[in-house]
Design a protein around this ligand. Sequence first.
Ligand SMILES: *[C@@H]1O[C@H](CO)[C@@H](O)[C@H](O)[C@H]1NC(C)=O
Length: 270
Amino acid sequence: MAARWAVLGLLAACVASAAKESVLNMCMDAKHHKTQPGPEGALHGQCAPWKDNACCTAETSTGAHQDQSYLYDFNWNHCGAMPEKCKQHFIQDTCLYECSPNLGPWIDQADTSWRRERILNVPLCKEDCELWWEDCKDAITCKENWHKGWNWTSARDGEGWLEGVQPQLAHCRPLSPSPGTNRCPRGFICQPFKYVFPRPGDLCEKIWSNSYKYTTEHRGGGRCIQMWFDPANGNPNVAVAKYYAQNGGDASPVPRAVLLLLPAALLSLL
Ligand SMILES: *[C@@H]1O[C@H](CO)[C@@H](O)[C@H](O)[C@H]1NC(C)=O
């Protein structure tokens, strides 16, 4: 009997460690991700740091740099033109999301029509979050959560967008609005990011419904995910994923469930 338990224990440990290994280099099951990470020599612009090992294709990396690209038809300029210095952070955020093979420990189920998996509570480095906020604090938006609640109703150019909005916000007119993109819903006022997101953590956590978690961990410390990195020194997020896969935290509820249920499942086979 003791021997049988020892064998079961070993098996469970093997499966659990395999599950942990597998989250270390993987792509989520979402709209544009490849099924497996791999080299992508031609990644565009700000997505190039991931070219040695990426979940995005070159085409996706190009889309990440375009206003209202085919990726999500999402309009950054829903309250007027987003300043370039702010937009570069949204591009980098898109590159990390589409290209990183190191987000496995934070992949969660997403029951939406357009993706089966999402990221939840990815611990973003303090500097990445604070620079994002600093460069965007004077940009304009009408919503705190950009995942939900937009008006996606098609409308002809210039039709309807101003209804219910104060005249002084006329500068908030979207740049060349086209059918099928996100618009501010009625009653939502365009205002600077610094009012919508008073602190950096509000921006990083709320904008994508907790995809990111604000942390006080610093770049280079191995305890937070970097949106920005110099590929000359390798991808720092490889070690971060490994650390969280081994040390839990918010990470990987699925492998933990597998670990708990496995001995019972194996016993029932004997
Ligand atoms: C959405 O936009 C359409 C077209 O502009 C408009 O008729 C409708 O009232 C808007 N709905 C909301 C909730 O903002």
